[in-house]
Design a protein around this ligand. Structure first.
Ligand SMILES: [Fe+2]
Length: 311
């Protein structure tokens, strides 16, 4: 394990203290359960609140508590009349404020998201500027630390993300899904900075190339549209398609063909935990007609499935 991947002291301490607590409690329970088990029902004496919980009940209790708390927060916080009021819903009781709430409009974090976020494998080294992204030295000059585009490419400091796979997908009525191309520059401090975003594939006067030199709100909106498309790719492919759905087939095939004592079975088994249960639940609530994807994502259920097929 790399040195920066080691468990922290706090994490190890949590595990050790929980382990000590569980050993002590289970010894106590054994003593209180009076030694021998002389009937089957006595077996259940060892299950106490402090040693083993009933997980289903825990989940239901937590869910009810969270729903109640979130309703109270929504009522107490009223309408969202500006972007900042979105963060009102983050309270310690429901969800803590995520770090991204303060970073979302920062270009450095937008750059970082291309390599350390939902879709870290979409980014490619830019070896030539594609015809469909007609950027010029005039446009990017102030953003490349004095380099021309050609020089930046030669120094391997330009990177490109092209979400062309989203082109032409069905979307919900009156909704738009962008199909962006983003250009990123590795600056002297080794930070990846966005230098140009074109929100659709076909260049033209109605499809401008935006840069960080645009008005700040315009640039913020452009990045939001970009990330909205990135999220669509993530939900359909990186997440649902390539983990949940693909792994369902692997789960079934493994159970049908490998012995439970086979080393590969042992390696894969933890990845199968609850997978089919979650997928079955997802089919009912998440990706059904009128389900959550249909209600909350621009491309709805039809777009999601069309993208899964493409991917
Ligand atoms: Fe998931």
């Amino acid at each position: 394990m790399p040195s920066d991947e080691q468990f922290s002291f706090d994490y190890k301490w949590d595990i050790v203290s929980l382990k000590a607590k569980l050993i002590a409690t289970s010894l106590l329970v054994k003593l209180m359960a009076h030694g021998d088990w002389d009937s089957l029902s006595i077996l259940t004496n060892v299950y106490t609140e402090s040693t083993f919980h009933k997980p289903k009940w825990d989940i239901v209790k937590t869910k009810v508590k969270l729903i109640a708390l979130s309703k109270i927060v929504m009522i107490a916080k009223g309408e969202w009349d500006n972007l900042a009021s979105l963060t009102n819903v983050y309270t310690e009781k429901v969800f803590n404020k995520p770090k991204g709430a303060d970073r979302w409009s920062n270009d450095l974090y937008f750059g970082l998201q291309r390599v350390a976020s939902l879709n870290h494998s979409l980014i490619k080294l830019c070896t030539e500027i594609p015809d469909k992204l007609p950027v010029t030295d005039e446009l990017l000059g102030p953003l490349l630390e004095g380099l021309t585009i050609e020089k930046a490419i030669a120094e391997k400091r330009l990177f490109i993300c092209d979400l062309k796979i989203l082109d032409g997908l069905p979307v919900r009525e009156n909704f738009v899904l962008c199909v962006p191309i983003g250009l990123f520059f590795l600056d002297k401090t080794k930070h990846l900075r966005p230098v140009a975003i074109q929100l659709f594939q076909k260049p033209g006067p109605d499809n401008p190339i935006f840069t960080p030199l645009c008005k700040s709100l315009t640039w913020a909106f452009v990045k939001m549209w970009y990330n909205n498309a990135d999220a669509a790719y993530h939900q359909a492919l990186t997440h649902l398609g390539l983990t949940h759905l693909l792994m369902e087939g692997v789960t079934v095939a493994t159970h049908r063909n490998l012995s439970q004592s086979h080393p590969i079975f042992k390696l894969l088994a933890p990845h199968f935990l609850y997978l089919i249960a979650i997928n079955s639940r997802g089919l009912e609530l998440l990706i059904s007609d009128g389900g959550w994807v249909d209600k909350t994502m621009n491309f709805g259920n039809k777009g999601l499935f069309a993208l899964i097929i493409r991917g």
